[in-house]
Design a protein around this ligand. Structure first.
Ligand code: ZN
Ligand code: ZN
Length: 200
């Protein structure tokens, strides 16, 4: 009698413990597994502040997405929302407007998705090989340069795309320098590196 009661007590305790553990997590719709909240990345845009899919499914998905597409979509969302105190910018260009980019459109259910089949591998400015691993920001990570700082990520009135890919170190030294001034400045920097400050 006592035994049976103890057994039931343990079962109830287990049940509560399980429910407790369960309440600290949710089911990932991709792998269909129940995982703890710590197994989900944070996301400001969802109700519970976490991504719908779990970390390991998210990493798998990010691994499969082509690095140019990832960079392009990141840049677009940053430009449109104006993150880190930067002002919002127009972003109306399509991937193929950027020199050296070719894409392939793939049917995806009732919609379509795209991936880049060709994208620049070197910086247009200094020739450095891009680091497309998208593993944090490196000096040679690709960066979207607004050629004429007067314009956003758009097709300029002269019909040319105002965006090209240059390396991060070129882009950060360029800042908002207009392209004609930058050409002179770049040569001055190169002379400085080669000959030092002899005002040559
Ligand atoms: Zn999952
Ligand atoms: Zn460069």
């Amino acid at each position: 009698m006592i035994d049976k009661q103890t057994k039931q007590m343990i079962t109830a305790k287990d049940f509560i413990e399980q429910a407790h553990v369960y309440s600290k997590g949710k089911v990932c719709p991709t792998c269909k597994e129940h995982k703890l909240f710590s197994e989900f990345y944070k996301d400001k845009h969802t109700k519970d502040g976490l991504k719908y899919i779990c970390k390991s499914c998210d990493l798998k998905r990010q691994h499969n997405i082509c690095p140019f597409k990832k960079a392009f979509l990141n840049k677009r969302s940053h430009a449109l929302t104006g993150r880190n105190g930067k002002r919002k910018r127009k972003f109306t260009i399509e991937p193929e407007d950027i020199p050296g980019v070719k894409i392939k459109v793939i049917p995806y259910g009732t919609k379509t998705k795209w991936e880049a089949t060709k994208y620049p591998k070197h910086c247009t400015d200094c020739g450095a090989q891009f680091d497309w691993s998208m593993n944090g920001i490196q000096y040679n990570s690709p960066s979207f340069d607004r050629i004429d700082p007067e314009f956003d990520y758009v097709i300029r009135p002269d019909g040319k795309c105002n965006v090209r890919l240059i390396c991060n170190s070129c882009n950060s030294s360029k800042l908002n320098c207009p392209s004609n001034v930058w050409e002179i400045e770049r040569k001055r920097k190169a002379r400085f590196i080669l000959f030092g400050n002899n005002k040559g």
